[in-house]
Write a protein that binds this ligand. Structure first.
Ligand code: NAD
Ligand code: ZN
Ligand code: ZN
Length: 343
């Protein structure tokens, strides 16, 4: 089968031919219907060894497919059923996994359990092996191509936003930094889940336009005047919730700079930035956190929001052969919304 692999440090992803995987006991083989391309793949490709990731690696941690074959002992799924893949695989039994929070599994690292595309073979291929049926969510009538990115570009902002909802009362402001794959879904989730005013920041005019199109009330250029502009828009007080979907040194400084008293600041982007806290560095009683992906039940909730028509992922589609182009365009900031590979 065809797969898109990262094979060697310094080289872009390549389309290769690999054997079709066999489902072992308890596993499920999916015929991939759609797979998303995430900016985190560049973090993997920059430092695979530091992350403990062996090469070659089939990329793709946003996956959807139809059930092709069931491993021995698997029940409750029908061949041909359309499903989305919950990506942050955990052990399934530790206290966090028992709550569905496999993104925070305390044993995954020790047991060598890795998410697909981030250690285990990923979804940008014709077939994907899923380690357990509990990692599948039925899609029903949802279009897999339009919804596959909700497994990460939806789930990750959803989890970050859910933690901040108590702050997002009527009259409050939420700031979204970076209106790319995650950010343009995050804006829609904020509009669906809260009555907060949403201010989006980006360096690109095209992304600021997309931010407005998907529901941001204000769009502000992310430059050295951004903090002052957000303060002006909030009567000097700042934003009660800040979501930094870039996480680079200039944006983590903006994120803490625009935070109001008692704000919730979520640094979601993996861009090498760190946030400084302490008296004088951030408003009184503001909290900063670094959320990772989301829980199994949160993925079910995000897909229900899509079913209700509350989120519409803007996508560009590519074939497997075109996947290297999708990566190049994402790297160069040219993707509007999310790139989805359709095998
Ligand atoms: P993307 O490339 O689709 O979007 C990034 C956006 O940020 C683009 O619109 C770009 O123009 C904008 N941007 C770049 N520099 C900026 C700046 N200085 N100020 C404002 N905007 C700026 O990326 P994505 O796939 O949405 O991923 C976003 C980040 O989130 C990445 O760092 C990725 O690794 C990370 N991520 C984290 C998690 C998690 O669980 N914490 C999950 C998925 C992705
Ligand atoms: Zn991702
Ligand atoms: Zn666990």
């Amino acid at each position: 089968m065809k797969a898109v692999q990262f094979r060697e440090a310094g080289r872009p992803p390549e389309v290769v031919e690999v054997p079709e995987p066999e489902p072992g006991p308890g596993q499920v083989l999916l015929k991939v219907t759609a797979a998303g391309v995430c900016h985190s793949d560049f973090v993997v490709m920059q430092s695979p060894a530091e992350l403990g990731i062996g090469l070659p690696l089939t990329l793709g941690h946003e996956g959807a497919g139809t059930v092709a074959r069931l491993g021995a002992g698997v029940t409750g799924l029908d061949v041909g059923e359309s499903v989305a893949v919950y990506g942050p695989w955990g052990c399934g039994t530790c206290p966090e996994c028992a709550q569905g929070k496999e993104n925070y599994c305390r044993r995954a690292a020790a047991l060598g359990i890795r998410p697909p595309g981030l250690g285990a073979p990923g979804a940008i291929a014709e077939y994907l092996l899923v380690d357990a049926p509990r990692h599948l969510v039925p899609l029903g009538d949802l279009d897999p191509v339009k919804t596959v990115s909700l497994t990460d570009a939806g789930l990750t902002p959803y989890h970050a936003i859910k933690g901040a909802l108590p702050r997002l009362v009527p009259g409050s402001t939420a700031v979204v930094i970076g209106a790319g794959g995650l950010g343009h879904v995050g804006i829609q989730l904020l509009r669906a889940l809260s009555s907060a005013r949403v201010i989006a920041l980006d360096v690109s005019d095209a992304k600021l336009e997309l931010a407005k199109e998907v529901g941001a009330h204000e769009a502000v250029k992310s430059d050295d005047k951004a903090v002052a502009r957000v303060r002006e828009l909030t009567g000097g007080f700042g934003a009660q919730a800040v979501f930094d979907f870039v996480g680079a040194p200039p944006t983590t400084a903006i994120a803490t700079g625009v935070a109001s008293t008692e704000a919730d600041v979520a640094i979601v982007g993996i861009g090498g930035g760190t946030a400084t806290v302490g008296f004088g560095a951030i408003a009184y009683d503001a909290s900063v956190r670094s959320p990772y992906w989301g829980s199994r039940s949160e993925l079910v909730e995000v897909l229900d929001l899509a079913r209700a028509g509350a989120v519409d992922v803007h996508i560009e589609t590519y074939s497997i052969d075109e996947a290297p182009t999708a990566y190049r365009r994402l790297h160069d900031g040219e993707i509007s919304g999310r790139a989805v590979i359709v095998p």
